[in-house]
Design a protein around this ligand. Structure first.
Ligand SMILES: Cc1ncc(COP(=O)(O)O)c(C=O)c1O
Length: 385
């Protein structure tokens, strides 16, 4: 008799990872550098972890046992994260509420398990980061897409929230649009959620990677302690493969999250934890990355229109350009496939981010090198001639 496959396993692919696989296969078959793809698909820095982090990792390998840690992480790192909230946002955060996680991906799993039951409706903006929806589905929760528009900077509108929702996920800057909530709008969302009993999960992974009105970057923690705040060492701190993030937990859920973390992960990666403490001292190096992203962004905003890509969501932060390609195709997945095959430029089709309207959008990541941006723009201009 055939074995059962769980309905929960019927999760959509994370399409960007599939694009990465296709581009890698193309690269493996390439005879020389001109046959290799330019990678604008994946949202990861082209830089390694900061020098101070790498040095701290070497010291930890030589001097530490590197066994399991406490499930919520080593106190030194949790305290360093709490200090970061004081330094960046002027907030006094008790370090006991900091849970170190396996990337922000691990933080979502813990937050969703602690706050939502099977069948609970959780709202998120479309377009948005695909794993929110896919993790919720794997947990038998019901993702509720809110079709967001340029008018609201592709962010959820408080007017569309009602008491039937158990949760709301918000990200500012957002992936894939890079757009940010206008000042005051995050506060309005927090207050609406509080009034209607909706648990807010604020994904702040792109904080620091901000180009416009940087001083106005807000953390949801400025407006109370009843929400989850998710962040990570992957983006601003340039440490994707170290698989380290964090979750700021509402006081009443700390013990629940600790028990979940003990059982699901035992502990986050120990070597990465020891090394990451130094990330908060690497400001000079990390700020130079942000200057490079800005140069990449400005270059693409000037050059891509010459290849016919001209309608972008406001790229306030993160390292993405989300582009309407409806005048070139009605099937952006096929368009991206052809772009990879014919022009050798890998980018991500909008379907990954917006199930309804993504057939006419796509995302370019500009987290790579300036040389990559130049090569991509040259190839796309030649392709679209
Ligand atoms: C908005 C957003 N949240 C979370 C993640 C997950 O990152 P990580 O698990 O590496 O922290 C990503 C990765 O691209 C992202 O774009």
């Amino acid at each position: 008799m055939a074995h059962k496959i769980a309905k929960r396993a019927d999760v959509a692919p994370f399409i960007v990872m599939d694009v990465m696989r296709a581009a890698a296969a193309r690269d493996a078959a390439a005879k020389d550098a001109s046959g290799k793809s330019v990678h604008l698909e994946v949202g990861q820095p082209g830089t390694p972890a900061p020098r101070l982090v790498r040095e701290a990792a070497k010291r930890a390998i030589d001097n530490d046992k590197l066994g399991y840690t406490l499930a919520l992480g080593i106190p030194e790192l949790r305290q360093a994260i709490a200090r970061h909230y004081k330094n960046w946002y002027g907030i006094d955060l008790p370090w006991e509420r900091v849970c170190v996680t396996v990337g922000s991906s691990g933080a979502f799993l813990l937050a969703f398990l602690a706050a939502f039951d099977a069948g609970d409706r959780v709202a998120l903006a479309d377009p948005g980061y695909p794993a929110y929806r896919n993790i919720l589905k794997a947990l038998d929760c019901v993702p509720v897409g809110l079709a967001a528009e340029a008018r609201t900077k592709f962010q959820p509108d408080p007017a569309s929230l009602d008491e039937t929702l158990a949760g709301l996920i918000v990200a500012s800057p957002a992936n894939p649009t890079g757009s940010m909530l206008a000042p005051g709008d995050l506060k309005a969302l927090v207050e609406t959620c509080r009034k209607k009993g909706i648990r807010l999960v604020s994904d702040e992974i792109y904080h620091g990677v901000v180009y416009e009105n940087r001083a106005q970057t807000q953390t949801a923690l400025s407006y109370g302690d009843d929400m989850f705040v998710v962040n990570s060492f992957s983006k601003y701190f340039s440490m994707t493969g170290w698989r380290l993030g964090w979750l700021i937990v509402p006081p009443d859920l700390v013990r629940a999250v600790e028990c979940l973390a003990q059982n699901l992960f035992i502990s986050p990666p120990t070597l990465a934890q020891h090394a990451a403490i130094a990330a908060f001292d690497a400001t000079e190096e990390l700020e130079s990355h942000v200057r490079n992203y800005r140069a990449n962004r400005d270059y693409l905003l000037a050059e891509l229109p010459k290849a016919g890509f001209a309608e972008f969501a406001p790229p306030d932060g993160a390292f993405y350009l989300y582009c309407d390609v409806g005048h070139m195709t009605n099937d952006s997945a096929e368009f991206c496939r052809r772009m990879l095959d014919e022009a050798g430029v890998a980018a991500t089709p909008g379907k990954d981010f917006d199930p309804l309207r993504g057939h006419r959008t796509m995302r370019f990541s500009f987290a790579g090198t300036f040389a990559d941006m130049q090569e991509a723009a040259a190839r796309l201009k030649a392709w679209r001639k």
